[in-house]
Write a protein that binds this ligand. Structure first.
Ligand code: FAD
Length: 383
């Protein structure tokens, strides 16, 4: 069967790509090995940024079953840094429901439904995707939105990610907390990483994630974190790679584009990946549309890279901020600065809430850097 575009993977990135493509009038196939609803290991934190992109790509109103929180307890390396109230709302969702909803919206917009169909072969040069059972789909442009273990990236580059730089995360679903319980974020709960406690209606998602190579015993850190939170130690812990650190330099090749986790678009400071998955999926579909309009499918990657630049810059800046937080010599300064400055804490939450983007945060941080370094070296205290 011939299409204009094939999207592999129907998570947030793939659903956004397929919805955008269908809205633009492209004949689009949406393929996923899973049948929906399917689960995905995730905290389900849906930021103000994610809400903005959702409204832009999918629908004007957020799903009614989202929880929302406007307070967060922030900890750093075991110390309480403060409770921040009146933050922009952070929404909480379960991925089983969210992804089913996003996929349904993409299909309702007109994408052809190939969910529940495994792929057995992909030939990038011809845009041929073979499904289990032998059916062959063909399109001039293909988007790989197939997550951190991306089959598409493996086909292009021989492996889906760089094991030396990848992150890893562990998570449990614990019994629900009181409805007024705040979000909790623990920077440093893992080495070069963080922990999260997300109280939701009917559940309480708890996890930690950090750079894989620096956390040889992440499970022990997870158990310690669960003990700190007063959780029973017998909950079933699940794990998954977390593609944070650095966005791919080449998110694809010619007519094949990678979006979301397949392109390594998880913020290493906040762990946010859903927003960037949706946005990059939309950008990839728009690049595909433009390349097809020019009858130049191989130009799709160039067009996509240009669109993706703000996200790549955000990931680069986030890496710098991660260094300020986690690099040993800076750590003391980070704790003092955050404990002493309500504005810094609020900036962090505005970043998480999608009200502040990295270029603005960087400008503010660079202005304060001398102060910050002074604190790191044991100098002045206070705000
Ligand atoms: C423990 C953990 C907690 C997290 N918490 C948060 C959070 O609170 N907030 C946040 O914003 N982000 C969070 N993230 C990151 C977030 O989950 C991801 O960034 C996001 O899911 C990326 O979306 P995606 O569409 O790129 O990939 P995915 O959601 O992984 O979707 C990929 C899809 O591709 C399909 N697929 C895979 N291989 C194939 C194949 N060969 N053929 C066909 N289909 C295939 C899969 O079935 C899947 O449906 C967390 C991640 C982890 C691991």
């Amino acid at each position: 069967m011939l299409f204009d575009l094939i999207v592999i993977g129907a998570g947030p990135a793939g659903a956004a790509a397929a919805k955008t493509a269908a809205d633009a009038g492209l004949r689009c196939a949406l393929v996923d090995k899973a049948r929906f609803p399917r689960d995905k290991l995730c905290g389900g934190g849906f930021t103000g940024r994610a809400a903005r992109y959702y409204r832009e790509i999918f629908a004007p109103d957020l799903p009614a079953d989202f929880d929302s929180k406007t307070a967060v307890a922030l900890y750093g390396f075991g110390e309480k840094l403060g409770v921040i109230e009146d933050i922009p709302p952070v929404y909480l969702t379960m991925r089983l429901a969210l992804d089913d909803h996003l996929c349904a919206l993409a299909l309702a917009a007109g994408a052809a439904d190939f969910t529940g169909r495994a792929i057995t072969a992909f030939r990038p040069e011809t845009g041929e995707v073979t499904l289990a059972g032998g059916e062959v789909l063909r399109a001039p442009v293909v988007i790989g939105a197939d997550g951190v273990n991306s089959f598409t990236a493996r086909t292009l580059f021989g492996r889906p990610f760089d094991p030396a730089r990848i992150g890893f995360a562990l998570e449990v679903e614990a019994p629900p907390l009181a409805p007024e319980a705040p979000l909790r974020i623990d920077m440093g709960a893992a080495h070069w990483g963080y922990g999260w406690s997300f109280p939701k209606t009917g559940s309480h998602t708890v996890g930690i994630g950090g750079v894989h190579s620096r956390n040889p015993d992440l499970k022990a850190l997870m158990r310690a974190y669960m003990r700190d939170l007063g959780l029973p130690g017998d909950a079933r812990i699940k794990g998954q790679y977390l593609p944070f650190g650095k966005a791919r330099r080449n998110p694809g090749r010619d007519n094949v584009l990678l979006a979301g986790d397949a392109a390594w678009l998880v913020d290493p400071v906040t762990g946010e990946g859903i927003a960037y998955a949706m946005k990059s999926g939309q950008m990839a579909a728009l690049a595909a549309r433009d390349a097809l309009a020019r009858h130049e499918p191989a130009a799709a990657l160039r067009l996509y890279r240009a669109r993706l630049r703000p996200i790549r810059v955000a990931m680069r800046d986030a890496n710098f901020v991660r260094l300020l937080i986690y690099w040993g010599p800076f750590r003391k300064g980070f704790i003092r600065a955050v404990r002493g400055s309500g504005r810094l804490r609020h900036d962090y939450m505005r970043l998480l809430g999608g009200e502040l983007e990295y270029p603005d945060l960087m400008r503010r941080l660079l202005r304060r850097l001398p102060n910050y370094l002074g604190r790191a070296l044991g100098g002045r205290k206070g705000a």
